[in-house]
Design a protein around this ligand. Structure first.
Ligand code: KIV
Ligand code: ZN
Length: 509
C-alpha cells in the first residue's frame, strides 16, 4: 500500500463514472468496454466503472467491465445507503480486484441543507456504510463528499472513523472545485498530522475544475502525501470537469524535482490515442490548446520557436511529443499509398482495429485521397472517428444536393439508405440556410425530431482543401446526444453529424 513515504502514485480513473456525468457524454455498453480496455492498456490502477444503483444499464456496464478487465481494480460507486452498497458490490463481484466506493457528504452546507443530519449521524452513517461494504468486498474506499469545505477537525474525525471501520482508501474530494493549491495541500497535511491511524489507508484526492485548479490542487495534495489521484481522460466530468489524467501523469513525469520523484505506472505513449478514443465516444472535443493532448500542444507557430526546436528540441519543448504518443511526421499518406501502409499508420497512431474495420476504412481513405492530395495524421484520426460508427448504423447518407442563395431560402435534396431494410429514400426540404434545410430533410425522412443544442464546424487541418469536422449536440426528449461527421464538404459533414445523432437515438444509446 503506497503510504506517504512511497513514490508510487495510484491512478484511479473515473472517466466512466464522473466523466460520463458530463452533459451529453453518455456512452453505450460497447463504448464503455472499449474505453475500459484502453484504460487497462494505458496502465491505470483502478477503473471506476459506474454508479450501479442509478440504472440497470449502469449496473450491467459495471458488471461487464468487472468481467472483462483483469489488471486494474474495478470499482463501483455507492451512496452511504444499504441498497446502493449491495448493488455496487454485486456489480463488481466478478472482478479480479473488486472495489466499492462509498460516499457521504460531510460539509456543513451539505449536512444542513441536503442531508439535514447532525455531525453525529453523519459519522454513524459513514461507519455503517463502510462496514457494510467491507462485509461484501475486501477493498473499500470512502469519500467524504465536499471534504474541501468541511470543518477540518470534523473531517479528521470522519477519516479516522472510516479507516477504523475498514476503508483502505480515503478520498478527499474538492467536489465543487472551490479549493486552492495552498489550502488543499494544507488540508492534506493537517489530516496526516491529526488522524492517528492514517498510515493504515491510502489518501486519495478528487478535484473538480470549476476555478481551473483541479490539476494544481491534485498535484499540491501529492506534495502533501496523497498517493492516489482521481482523474479523467481529457479532464471531462461534472460541470467544468475533473483533474485531467494526462496532465497529472505528465507533470509527475516531467517534473520529478517538484514532486519528490513520485511517478505512476501509466504508459504515457498511449495518452494521445486514449484521449482521441474518449473524445470520439463521448463526442466531447478536446480544445486545440489543451495541455499534453491538444492539437497545438506541440505546434510551434513563431519562427523563432520553430527554429529553436529544430536546433535543439528542448529549447521550446519540455516533453517529447513521442512520449505521449504523437509522431513527429505530419505528412503521411496519399492516393498511391497501399493498404499495408494505411494499416501500419493507424497502428502507429494507437488505433486497435479489426482487419474488417481497416478494410472498410481503406475505401473511405482512397476516396479522401482522391479529393485531397495530402492526407495528414489528423485526417486519418478524423476518418477513423467518423467512419467507425458509435451506434449500429440504421441510416446512411448516399447523396446530398444543396441549393442556396444569399438572403433567400435554401433547399436540400437528400438520399438515404436504411441499412436494415435496404430501402432507399429521397426527399427535399427548405430552410433558412443550407444546414437548416438538410436537418429538416433528415428529420422528415427518418421521423426523428431533434432540438439542436450546439453545433460547431472546424477544419481538421489547415488549407482550403482541409476536411471539415461538424460536431453537434441535440436533445431528443430527455436524452442529450452528441454526434460528429467529417468530410471535405462541410455541408456533408453536418449531414453526417446529424445522422449520427439520429442513429444513436434510433438505437437508443
Ligand atoms: O466530486 C465528488 O465529490 C465525487 C464523489 C462521489 C467522490 O464525485
Ligand atoms: Zn466528482
Amino acid at each position: 500500500m503506497p503510504d506517504k513515504a512511497s513514490k508510487r502514485v495510484i491512478v484511479f480513473d473515473t472517466t466512466l463514472r464522473d466523466g460520463e456525468q458530463s452533459p451529453g457524454a453518455s456512452l453505450n455498453l460497447t463504448e464503455k468496454l472499449e474505453v475500459a480496455r484502453a484504460l487497462e492498456l494505458l496502465g491505470v490502477d483502478v477503473i471506476e466503472a459506474g454508479f450501479p444503483i442509478t440504472s440497470p444499464d449502469d449496473f450491467e456496464a459495471v458488471r461487464a467491465i468487472a468481467r472483462e478487465v483483469t489488471k486494474p481494480a474495478v470499482c463501483g460507486l455507492a451512496r452511504c445507503v444499504p441498497k446502493d452498497i449491495d448493488r455496487a458490490a454485486e456489480a463488481v463481484a466478478a472482478a479480479k480486484r473488486p472495489r466499492v466506493h462509498v460516499f457521504l457528504a460531510t460539509s456543513r452546507i451539505h449536512r444542513q441543507f441536503k442531508l439535514r443530519k447532525a455531525r453525529r449521524e453523519i459519522l454513524r452513517l459513514a461507519v455503517d456504510g463502510v462496514s457494510r461494504a467491507k462485509a461484501a468486498v475486501p477493498d473499500v474506499q470512502f469519500s467524504p463528499e465536499d471534504a474541501a469545505r468541511t470543518e477540518p477537525e470534523f473531517l479528521a474525525q470522519v477519516v479516522e472513523a472510516v479507516i477504523d471501520a475498514g476503508a483502505a482508501t480515503v478520498n478527499i474530494p474538492d467536489t465543487v472545485g472551490w479549493s486552492t493549491p495552498e489550502r488543499f495541500r494544507a488540508l492534506i497535511e493537517y489530516l496526516f498530522d491529526r488522524v492517528a491511524n492514517i498510515a493504515k489507508a491510502v489518501i486519495a484526492v478528487h478535484c473538480h475544475d470549476d476555478l481551473g485548479m483541479a490539476v494544481a490542487n491534485t498535484l499540491a495534495a501529492v506534495q502533501a502525501g496523497a498517493r492516489q489521484v482521481e482523474v479523467t481522460v481529457n479532464g471531462i466530468g461534472e460541470r467544468a470537469g475533473n483533474a485531467a489524467l494526462e496532465e497529472i501523469v505528465m507533470a509527475l513525469r516531467t517534473r520529478p524535482d517538484a514532486f519528490a520523484g513520485c511517478s505512476t505506472n501509466i504508459r504515457t505513449n498511449l495518452l494521445y490515442a486514449t484521449s482521441r478514443l474518449v473524445s470520439r465516444v463521448t463526442g466531447l472535443a478536446v480544445a486545440r490548446n489543451k495541455a499534453v493532448v491538444g492539437e497545438n500542444a506541440f505546434a510551434h507557430e513563431s519562427g523563432i520557436h520553430a527554429d529553436g526546436v529544430l536546433k535543439k528540441r528542448t529549447t521550446y519543448e519540455i516533453m517529447d511529443p513521442r512520449s505521449v504518443g504523437l509522431a513527429r511526421s505530419k505528412l503521411v499518406l496519399g492516393k498511391h499509398s497501399g493498404r499495408h501502409q494505411f494499416r501500419r499508420r493507424l497502428g502507429e497512431l494507437g488505433f486497435r482495429l479489426s482487419p474488417r474495420q481497416v478494410d472498410g476504412l481503406f475505401g473511405a481513405f482512397k476516396e479522401l485521397a482522391d479529393r485531397k492530395k495530402e492526407v495528414f495524421d489528423e485526417d486519418l484520426v478524423a476518418l477513423v472517428e467518423s467512419e467507425v460508427p458509435r451506434a449500429p448504423e440504421t441510416w446512411r447518407l448516399c447523396r446530398l444536393t444543396v441549393a442556396t442563395a444569399t438572403g433567400g431560402m435554401a433547399a436540400a435534396t437528400v438520399e438515404l439508405q436504411n441499412l436494415k431494410t435496404r430501402e432507399h429514400r429521397r426527399d427535399a426540404a427548405t430552410g433558412d440556410g443550407p444546414v437548416d434545410a438538410i436537418f429538416h430533410a433528415l428529420e422528415r425522412m427518418t421521423g426523428v425530431r431533434l432540438v439542436l443544442e450546439d453545433y460547431q464546424i472546424r477544419a481538421v487541418t489547415s488549407g482550403t482543401e482541409a476536411q471539415g469536422e461538424a460536431r453537434l449536440q441535440a436533445r431528443h426528449g430527455g436524452l442529450s446526444v452528441t454526434g460528429r461527421g467529417v468530410s471535405t464538404d462541410i455541408l456533408e459533414a453536418s449531414a453526417k453529424a446529424y445522422l449520427s445523432v439520429i442513429n444513436r437515438v434510433v438505437a437508443r444509446v
